[in-house]
Design a protein around this ligand. Structure first.
Ligand code: PEP
Ligand code: MN
Length: 364
């Protein structure tokens, strides 16, 4: 180990806030000026609800010519904000040089952005620069919905010897307009939580929403899904922010939002609650068993149909029949309170399983 790495190792420590739940990180999308950083930090600290200050120093922008971050000169502002408010600081890093600069200015937690997580070369460069430094690292999901890529970034950083890692769910790019800037695809975040149960996962509603009016709804959903915390962008003058103006809120508005969230726990110690839950779960298990029985029967019938189709040289797939099945299901499901989205997914799965059963018969 050379002197430089030895120094880094001594300098870095895990901030106390790291293990606080829910962990609330906030600050501007981008550091713009010393005044803006200081004022945001002080007003965030005054809410008493924020545990860590964030600010983008280097900004990966979609198009050239947009504000690409204030650069290294903004790091002393964050250092000062930390000194004045006592809030640990976190910034996004995407290159070895950025890692070194951030560590030189005592950044407490680093995060890897969504546009970096997609690129194994960049993640590896950051990971290599982290070797010998025990700084906590948060890893945002890649912009495309690929859990392997997200997990790959986790592994690269872990292999560099980083012991404290967390995940940030910031939604996924989808083509075309949706109500979100990035679709949350909650099931992917939950799947990641199941794959890495020892890692914290926090939600970034700002980059999911891209707008203020639905932030609270997404924050509440994340808490309902037992996320460990939130990273939300805030700015002293959101409308005039140099990046992501539409999605930022003032520190005071953030404070009110955090106040109105219903904080839920994963578990409570009440016996009555556990007994009631146990009973309902028993019923669910029973219904699930019945569903499996019924699905098994459905596949047996599909196999009989497969035999007729084989003997009469008919294709497995008949699109008109498939549409008929879906239409029937939509009509029935509507009355039962089942969404079209669920029905489509469910019947898609059932249909493919059914086709595979028929296929087996055709091949036999
Ligand atoms: C950010 O946090 O400002 C940012 C650029 O986020 P993402 O990497 O999620 O796009
Ligand atoms: Mn941003």
């Amino acid at each position: 180990m050379n002197m430089e790495t030895a120094d880094k190792k001594i300098n870095q420590s895990v901030p106390g806030a790291w293990s606080k739940r829910p962990l609330i990180i906030s600050g501007p999308c981008s550091a713009e000026s010393e005044e803006q950083v200081m004022a945001t930090a002080e007003r965030l600290a005054a809410t008493g609800k924020v545990d860590m200050l964030r600010a983008g120093i280097w900004k990966p922008r979609t198009k050239p010519g947009m504000f690409e971050g204030i650069g290294t000169k903004g790091l002393p502002w964050l250092q000062k904000a930390k000194k004045v408010t006592g809030l640990p600081i976190t910034v996004e890093v995407a290159t070895a040089k950025q890692v070194q600069d951030a560590l030189t200015f005592d950044v407490d937690v680093l995060w890897i952005g969504a546009r970096t997580t997609v690129n194994p070369f960049s993640v590896q460069e950051v990971a290599d620069a982290l070797r010998g430094v025990d700084v906590p690292v948060l890893i945002k999901n890649p912009i495309n919905p690929d859990l392997e890529l997200w997990g790959g970034a986790v592994e690269r950083v872990a292999r560099a010897g980083i012991r404290n890692m967390g995940l940030i769910h910031r939604g996924f790019h989808t083509y075309g307009n949706t109500e979100y800037r990035n679709a949350p695809m909650w099931h992917l975040a939950v799947e990641m939580k199941l794959r890495y149960p020892e890692m914290m996962i926090i939600n970034d509603p700002s980059h999911i929403c891209g707008r203020r009016d639905i932030l609270l709804d997404v924050m509440q959903r994340a808490i309902d899904l037992d996320f460990d915390g939130l990273m939300i962008e805030s700015h002293v003058d959101p409308d005039n922010a140099w990046s992501d103006a539409k999605q930022q809120v003032t520190p005071e508005v953030l404070g009110e939002m955090l106040n109105s969230i219903i904080w839920r726990k994963e578990d409570v110690n009440s016996e009555e609650y556990h007994a009631a839950l146990e009973k309902l779960r028993h019923q669910i298990n029973h219904l699930d068993d019945e569903l499996m029985q019924i699905l098994g029967q459905r596949m047996k019938i599909a196999e009989q149909i497969g035999r007729y189709k084989r003997d009469n040289n008919i294709t497995i797939l008949q699109t008109t029949r498939w549409n008929e099945i879906l239409e029937r299901a939509f009509a029935k499901g509507d009355k039962l309170g089942l969404s079209k989205e669920f029905i489509t997914k469910y019947f898609d799965a059932v249909h493919w399983e059914s086709i595979n059963h028929q296929r087996k018969i055709m091949d036999s």
